[in-house]
Design a protein around this ligand. Structure first.
Ligand SMILES: [Zn+2]
Length: 157
């Protein structure tokens, strides 16, 4: 199965960050009309993730031309567990997607990273990536342990 792509309604914003950390394409807009959300989903072949039962009554969704998943819980962990199970998502972060803007990351060499990241990062990290759109740099820093334990929690328990 092809990797699913998502568009996330404003009620589930934190989901976007975690899906991106897992390497999935997760579009999110702080403020968006239902019509626009549906249009994006249809145009870009994305599954809508929402907690809005009103939204799923809209015609392109009701007739099946746009896919939607109703998110059960308000709690992030439960939301992620639901998605992992439903879409059979993989919880591995290989620094593929920008958490901030959802664009793809590219690996960069140590010499390219020099002067762009803090010195201790340059000296200690083997893998460095850069967002192809906003230019933000990524590496597996001290926060990485927290991310990994969260992945274990949601994916393997
Ligand atoms: Zn970015």
């Amino acid at each position: 199965m092809k990797k699913p792509k998502f568009v996330i309604d404003q009620m589930c914003g934190r989901l976007a960050k975690w899906l991106r950390l897992m390497g999935y394409d997760a579009a999110y807009f702080r403020k968006i009309e239902d019509v626009e959300l549906v249009n994006i989903a249809r145009r870009e072949n994305r599954v809508i993730l929402t907690r809005d039962t009103g939204l799923i009554k809209r015609s392109p969704i009701a007739n099946g031309s746009v896919k939607v998943l109703l998110v059960d819980s308000e709690k992030l962990d439960k939301q992620l567990k639901q998605l992992v199970k439903y879409f059979n998502l993989k919880c591995n972060n290989d620094l593929k997607r920008c958490v901030e803007c959802n664009s793809e990351l590219e690996k960069i060499s140590k010499s390219e990273a020099k002067d762009k990241v803090p010195l201790y990062v340059y000296e200690t990290q083997k893998i460095l990536s850069r967002c192809t759109s906003c230019g933000r740099h990524y590496w597996r820093g001290t926060h990485w342990e927290n991310i990994r334990s969260k992945f274990e929690e949601i994916c393997y328990k």
